[in-house]
Design a protein around this ligand. Structure first.
Ligand SMILES: NC(=O)CC[C@H](N)C(=O)O
Length: 435
């Protein structure tokens, strides 16, 4: 039935030949998604034939299922795709030759991070020059169940009204068991998910880079690390709760990554950062969870949104200019979050809103004011994309250039801040499936 979606390719087009997906739907095992609010959606199992719990969220992304599924911020979540056909370009080999300038993976982490996926129509055949296996076989290898044959738009409309809801994916014989009682559902946000995905030991990539940046790892997407390395930063990746204040003078800048779950689980990092921001004047940049931790350290509150923002088409309006970002422009961004910083008036002294979401007016970025003498930026969205648009990728260039200018100023005594804008920028790559 799915062949209607596939382009008929000439025999000579060998690299793009379509492949039948191993093991998908062969036995047509039944599967069901139960929601804590009492609704059930039934379909067919693919991937690992096992039952799991999770928080049910939806993503409006049209492509990049491989990047989304390996994003550690999806840990503990049952990911519902609103795009009907998922899996048609298969899954690439996820390893690269490890060298001193490489993060070692093609996708966003070593394996699948979400608990399960729900799709309308899983592609039984796939076609892409870099694909080595089907979505179903990849899910199977990682023990991740999928359900196909359900109306994901109906689930999305429900989640949009009632909010992100705890769920249970029941597979095989579990489908005929009664739906779980409301108190049986596992809530991943009660756990410190960041601690499960963060590195346990510090490590360095690109040791010969000309500027030293510490990265606090809350569950880093690989493309964040790649984006820093490409700008020739030497990065030291530290566990999320490492007390950076003990080593801060060895670094030219601090970066805080994305990560799963409730930022309240990471108050230790927010407390450490409060001292950093009070006593250290070098550049600091945070993305998503990192931005929320910066905001909490600055005195803002974080709250849980109804259904969050997950997708690659979220418009944000810049309220201030900084580096490549111009006030008054709208940038289309990649997002994956459930929590946000509360907009308050006035903002804490020394801080100002940087971006606002054009759909729901939520805070999309904060920055230190020019008068504060600090160089701190946080954004709720993902400038590194993977997947999604690269409208804001140059924020990495801005940050690394600020770190470099700050370092040179310390070593030469010359004020290079005014030259930061002259640093050669990388042209954004075209919007692409892979990172
Ligand atoms: N991508 C992220 O870093 C997500 C941050 C946080 N876990 C949230 O859901 O809001």
């Amino acid at each position: 039935m799915l062949t209607r979606y596939l382009i008929r390719l000439p025999q000579t087009c060998r690299g793009l030949a379509t492949h039948a997906s191993a093991g998908s739907l062969s036995a047509a095992i039944p599967a069901a998604l139960h929601l804590k609010t009492g609704q059930t959606f039934t379909g067919k199992s693919f991937g690992a034939p096992r039952s799991v719990w999770g928080e049910t969220v939806f993503s409006t992304s049209i492509t990049s299922y491989t990047e989304s599924m390996t994003d550690p911020s999806y840990r503990g979540q049952i990911l519902v795709f609103t795009t009907p056909l998922i899996g048609n370009y298969g899954v690439p080999l996820n390893t690269t030759p490890k060298d001193s300038r490489d993060v070692g993976v093609v996708l966003e982490s070593k394996g699948i991070q979400c608990s399960a996926i729900i799709v309308t129509d899983v592609a039984e055949k796939y076609s892409h020059h870099s694909a080595v296996e089907s979505l179903a076989s990849w899910c199977n290898r990682y023990g991740v169940p999928g359900i196909t044959g359900v109306d994901t738009r109906a689930i999305t409309r429900l989640l949009r009204d009632q909010g992100t809801t705890l769920g249970r994916v029941a597979v095989g014989p579990d489908v005929s068991s009664p739906a779980p009682d409301a108190n049986e559902y596992w809530d991943p946000t009660t756990e410190n998910l960041v601690d499960q995905v963060s590195t346990k030991v510090p490590y360095v990539i690109n040791p010969n880079g000309d500027v030293k940046i510490a990265v606090l790892d809350f569950g880093a997407k690989a493309n964040i690390l790649r984006s820093l390395i490409r700008r020739n930063a030497c990065i030291t990746v530290l566990p999320w709760n490492f007390n950076f204040n003990e080593v801060r003078d060895e670094f030219d800048g601090l970066f805080l990554t994305n990560g799963p779950g409730d930022p309240q689980q990471c108050m230790e990092a927010a407390r450490n950062l409060r001292s950093t921001l009070a006593e250290w004047n070098r550049p600091v940049f945070g993305i998503c969870m990192g931005h929320q931790i910066i905001g909490i350290a600055a005195g803002l509150d974080a709250y849980r949104m109804t259904f969050g923002n997950r997708g690659h088409n979220q418009p944000v309006l810049a309220l201030a200019s900084s580096g490549s970002i111009k006030a008054g422009r709208v940038y289309v961004t990649s997002q994956n979050h459930q929590y946000a910083l509360k907009l308050q008036d006035p903002f804490p002294a020394g801080w100002e809103p940087f971006f606002i979401n054009c759909n729901d007016s939520s805070v999309e970025g904060i920055k230190s004011t020019a008068e504060s003498g600090k160089k701190v930026w946080g954004v709720q969205f993902h400038p590194e994309s993977a997947g999604g648009p690269l409208d804001t990728i140059e924020m990495f260039t801005d940050f690394v250039a600020e770190c470099r200018a700050d370092m040179l100023e310390r070593s030469t005594g010359i004020d290079l801040q005014s030259h930061v804008g002259m640093v050669t920028r990388e042209s954004p790559r075209p919007i692409a499936v892979a990172a």
